[in-house]
Design a protein around this ligand. Structure first.
Ligand SMILES: *Cc1c(COP(=O)(O)O)cnc(C)c1O
Length: 194
């Protein structure tokens, strides 16, 4: 990241989207707020939509050293304003930091278990630093997503690439794993549409 940022021309703004920052457990993952220091062309975005659980309220924030960046963003305030209700909710959410930390810890613990369970099934799942895991299923993606959905498990397919699976509770993830076993076994047996 440092090499990249040092290469980008000073008049080009680099925006680091850290929507999943709270779920990062790998100490080698760079921290945008630290990277931003001393680099006026870097801005960091964070949100209350994920770890803080306020997705419906559309509230987040931007951090940048150069006041010109904030000024330019303020000019778009009319279409993208944050409502008074959302601001009140965000301030209230900041008071529940302990609860958020606990929720994040249960997600990251379950993420480790889910990743291991998928690897045991021979799937090449990369380490995740977010609240979801990525299943690279290539051409089988749409078919597997549809078969999972028929078993009441909703994932997010990216056709031709893979499935994004949100980390749930342990019992939710067990339902997903059971359905996945069912789908992959049926596919291996050549059952049409399974
Ligand atoms: C959720 C998310 C955001 C932030 O969404 P808002 O609800 O608009 O705050 C930004 N980037 C990514 C990649 C996300 O997943």
């Amino acid at each position: 990241m440092e090499t990249f940022l040092d290469t980008v021309p000073a008049d080009t703004l680099v925006v680091l989207d850290e929507a999943y920052r709270e779920f990062v457990t790998d100490p080698d993952v760079p921290d945008g707020v630290e990277l931003m220091r001393g680099r006026p062309n870097v801005a960091v975005l964070r949100t209350f939509s994920k770890a803080w659980g306020l997705a419906g309220l559309r509230v987040g924030y931007l951090l940048a050293e150069d006041p010109a960046v904030a000024d330019a963003v303020r000019r778009t305030l009319v279409p993208f304003s944050v409502s008074t209700l959302a601001q009140a909710a965000a301030v209230a959410a900041l008071a529940s930091e302990d609860e958020v930390r606990e929720r994040v810890a249960s997600v990251t613990t379950e993420r480790t278990r889910l990743t291991a369970a998928l690897r045991e099934r021979g799937l090449a799942v990369a380490d995740s630093q977010a609240n979801f895991v990525w299943l690279p299923l290539g051409e089988r993606t749409v078919e597997v997503a549809a078969a999972l959905e028929a078993r009441a498990v909703i994932t997010r397919p990216f056709p031709g690439e893979g499935l994004r699976v949100t980390v749930g509770s342990r019992s939710e993830d067990d339902v997903f794993l059971g359905a996945l076993d069912d789908v992959l076994t049926s596919a291996a047996a050549g059952v049409p549409g399974a």
